[in-house]
Design a protein around this ligand. Sequence first.
Ligand code: GLU
Length: 330
Amino acid sequence: MTAERIYRGRLAPSPTGALHLGNARTFLIAWLRAREADGKLVLRMEDLDHPKVKPGAHVSAIEDLRWLGFDWDEGPDCGGTYAPYTQSERLPLYAAALRRLQEQGLVYPCVCTRADVEAGQSAPHTEEGLFYPGICRDRFANYEEARRELPHGRLPAWRYRVPDNAVVSFEDGFCGEFSQDVSQAVGDFVIARHPQGAGYMLAVVVDDAAMGITEVVRGDDLLSTTPRQLLLYRALGLTPPTFYHVPLVVSEDGHRLAKRHGDTRISAFREAGYTAQQVLGLLGWWCGWAAFGEEVSLRDLLPRFRRSSIPHCPAVLSRRVRDAFPKAIR
Ligand code: GLU
């Protein structure tokens, strides 16, 4: 008999801005999944997106999560078996993974700009964004040669060579069956814009595997990136986790939350004098586990967690919600 793997989940904030209602709702679901399964939860700082990483955002992300009452078993502030838990401290791991892909001839350097890629489109953009028509495939003998092609200060990206008919299917825990032919939907994709492979697409795979994550709970804006990540798991000989993609919070116009929709930062609620229980009440209401206006703690929500009550459509920052928090969301 094989022992059941213990559930290991993760919260993976990017310290590129403050934690807002949208991330917090996703983290609530991730936290409840892990605690309901009696599993472990890892906090991982995804700080590789350098120009966008804000100074101090590591600290405030932890502060905001703690204020809401979240806890985790391993993380940058408390350590753990798989330390370090901050991506900028894990660069050698990404470099090693990149080398493995290079040895198999699965990656190549690319000097294309967005405009080059746009010009190469033969069909309108797919939902996944731009399709890469393979302009730099087999163009350079090595990275150095590609770099010499670029003006000072610009670096080539690394692209993964997607085979034809790369249909990847998986069963998402929330969305159900998802299937994508990566060669048709996206083409050869960027795994990192960093010479040694430190970029989101590669790092997330390396880290989730290295940290023994068994289920990834995240926003469904990343659902369509999962087939690419599954190709990387396969190429690196790593065991993938299962996935659970949940809808985002959107504004009434159906767009993702942005500054123009008002201040939805968790810190704005705290500074305006609202309690964590009021904010959690809103997050729980959006998931169908609390009445509108109810004040709840994470512990109150734990027994109410039901996968089936989470709506399959996005949560909406409606007028009713704004009116309930007039001092924060302006
Ligand atoms: N760090 C990413 C974000 O905050 C999440 C990436 C992931 O969950 O795979 O959007």
